[in-house]
Design a protein around this ligand. Structure first.
Ligand SMILES: [Mg+2]
Length: 240
């Protein structure tokens, strides 16, 4: 097999965490269902599916705004729960109080979940055996991201973890990636970002002058960016 990249020591691989390695979508659905049950949300939502759908719509919008630096992390954390509650008629005060509890319960539970994206552990093991250095680049919240890495037992695969909380900038801001390279001392290496988000990971990396590999979650999606596209983590074995 021809390997496109033959020299691991000249490279630094940067992985996004959520939905690239750690199964955020799958784990989050479980945590939201736990909230639905423990907080008796059947009192205000028609079904767990409705709660799920409304939460995800609002959460996605807020994360996009957060990624663009338009809102703070605290605002995101309170609004993603308060908004769905207000939408189904919970009074403002009550929604604000409930959202505080939900935030704590949800993030505690999320940090204990262990489900990984298909092939994640295998590819991390493979890359380590081949001698690659790997790091995490994530916009997630500090305490939660470290819990996810520990709970799913992949923390040992990374030389460095760079979070937007530490950098002071979010992906896709080029300053985030610049901070990561400085932290890792990898400016002289080929830095390659691997992630599922076209905007945050891939466009961000390209704009910062790095290489990128897009883990595409939906095979019907395309991009004009000059990057490699993979449909599963296992394909990385052909590249590295
Ligand atoms: Mg992601």
């Amino acid at each position: 097999m021809i390997r496109r990249f033959a020299d691991p020591s000249s490279m630094m691989l940067w992985f996004d965490l959520d939905d690239t390695l750690w199964d955020m979508s799958g784990n989050s659905v479980v945590c939201l269902r736990e909230l639905y049950e423990s907080q008796r949300l059947d009192r205000v939502f028609a079904s767990p599916e409705e709660w799920d759908r409304i939460y995800h719509e609002i959460n996605r919008t807020l994360w996009d705004q957060y990624g663009r630096g338009e809102i703070s992390r605290d605002y995101l954390r309170s609004e993603r729960f308060a908004r769905p509650l207000r939408l189904v008629g919970v009074a403002d005060d009550e929604a604000a109080g409930m959202s505080k509890d939900f935030d704590r319960l949800y993030l505690d539970s999320l940090g204990r979940k262990t489900k990984l994206v298909d092939g994640a552990r295998e590819i991390l093991e493979y890359l380590r055996l081949r001698g690659y250095r790997a790091g995490i680049v994530s916009n997630g919240f500090r305490e939660v991201q470290y819990n996810k890495l520990k709970s799913s037992a992949i923390d040992g695969y990374f030389d460095i973890v760079v979070l937007s909380d530490d950098a002071g900038y979010n992906k896709p801001d080029p300053r985030f990636f610049s901070y990561a390279l400085d932290k890792a001392g990898s400016r002289e290496l080929r830095n390659i970002v691997i992630g599922d988000s076209l905007t945050a990971d891939i466009a961000g990396a390209v704009r910062a002058g790095l290489e990128a590999i897009w883990l595409r979650r939906d095979p019907s999606e395309t991009t004009d960016l000059n990057v490699m596209t993979i449909d599963s983590l296992r394909e990385l074995e052909k590249i590295f």
